[in-house]
Design a protein around this ligand. Structure first.
Ligand SMILES: *Cc1c(COP(=O)(O)O)cnc(C)c1O
Length: 387
């Protein structure tokens, strides 16, 4: 056992103990490195990394740990990135017992590579595992696996402005059987994908359709867990909204169809004319974003009033029309902060800020990315060095 902290399985505010640099060194040592026999050449890597479409280019290796109910987590390793061979009866393919995370490795000007609040992702991964009846992975193994992979594939960390190495840890039920019960076997992997600036050519506000027909999650469901099924449930609504000409869908609460929840993969914020920053309170069916909690901190640091509450969509539509709500933005690791320029539903359609991103929206966005890329002081101790 390498675990010293028992990850929380509650849905309380994210809180994980800071992992120390010496600790990361110790855990990285536990991973056996089997390097690929067919490494990508420098020229091919440069070509692949020139303008990668999000999530299409992967590094030469992946991190992996296996779990057996009788043995626990075993066989920590870095191995060649390669297709998985799965028995057709593998549990995840039938009952969707799987979870994932998303975080980034950021290049700093001195050549070092860092990540942002990985303990929070690790703690959330453990909470997601609990909800999906999967085994908890320790914070140490989570952060250690990322550090071990980034060290082996360090040359794949892009250095262009606002680019990063996107990291995708995930875990799935790997036992081959068709009975409905929690799997006795699981695989944990981390893959890595070089990605360019999310908004190449400048941050552009998106349009959002507020869906009153479908929900991504419901009371007592899996909305607070980062699991593929929530995303599967969001695809048809997303497709239908796209057909109406919208970029993204905002879901309402599944209980009353009244309160704002979030987008398929991003949390939502409002700024009111008095300067306060509002976001839907964690309802049990909202995913608690690391970006969300970081923005709440940065807004509070600026002396802004923070309001986490149930926000009726009717109030938002009216507030945008009468000017009492001045900015709307969405947030998540991939896009950081995305300004919302238009919000519409069956009974309203409002334009926000004449197509320009909001002032506070952009100020917090710059502040956060400056910390992540090492351009500003890390006041809150959020950054961890990986390589
Ligand atoms: C991942 C995710 C977010 C954003 O979380 P971050 O930790 O900020 O990246 C928001 N909503 C959903 C549904 C998500 O899956």
């Amino acid at each position: 056992m390498t675990s010293t902290t028992e990850p929380s399985t509650s849905n309380d505010a994210i809180s994980a103990e800071r992992i120390l640099p010496e600790k990361i060194e110790d855990i990285v040592e536990l991973f056996t490195v089997h390097t690929t026999d067919v490494p990508t050449s420098d020229a091919d890597r440069a070509a692949k990394m020139a303008a990668p479409k999000f999530g299409t280019v992967f590094t030469d290796h992946m991190a992996r740990i296996s779990w057996r109910r009788s043995q626990g987590w075993v066989h920590r390793r870095i191995e060649k990135y390669a297709p998985l061979q799965l028995d057709p009866a593998t549990a995840v393919l039938h009952y969707a017992q799987e979870i994932f995370e998303g975080l980034k490795a950021y290049p700093h000007a001195d050549g070092s590579v860092w990540t942002f609040r990985p303990e929070e992702n690790a703690a959330r991964f453990a909470r997601s595992a609990h909800r999906l009846a999967l085994p908890a992975l320790s914070v140490d193994d989570f952060v250690g696996s990322i550090a071990a992979l980034v060290r082996v594939d360090r040359d794949w960390v892009p250095t262009a402005q606002d680019s990063s190495l996107y990291l995708r840890p995930f875990m799935f039920a790997s036992e081959a059987f068709l009975g409905v019960r929690p799997s006795d076997e699981a695989e944990y992997l981390v893959i890595a994908s070089p990605s360019g600036a999310y908004f190449a050519g400048g941050v552009k506000p998106v349009s959002i359709w507020v869906d009153t027909e479908y929900h991504r999650a419901g009371p007592g469901g899996t909305g607070a867990a980062k699991t593929g099924g929530n995303y599967a449930a969001s695809l048809l609504p997303q497709m239908e909204a796209a057909a109406k000409g919208f970029d993204q869908v905002c879901f309402l609460d599944g209980g009353t169809n009244t309160y704002l929840e979030e987008l398929g993969g991003m949390n939502l914020f409002l700024v009111t004319a008095d300067g306060a920053v509002h976001t839907p309170e964690l309802s049990g069916s909202i995913l608690e974003g690391v970006t969300r909690s970081s923005i709440l901190q940065l807004a509070a640091d600026r002396g802004r009033e923070i309001v986490e509450r149930r926000i009726p969509i009717a109030e938002v539509a009216a507030g945008l029309q009468d000017g009492s709500i001045t900015e709307v933005f969405a947030c998540g690791t991939a896009a950081v902060i995305t300004p919302v320029g238009r919000l519409a539903g069956p009974t309203f359609d409002v334009t926000i800020g004449d197509g320009d991103p909001g002032e506070l929206t952009m100020a917090i966005r710059s502040e956060l990315t400056d910390v992540q890329y090492g351009r500003a002081a890390d006041r809150h101790g959020w950054m961890r060095r990986l390589a």
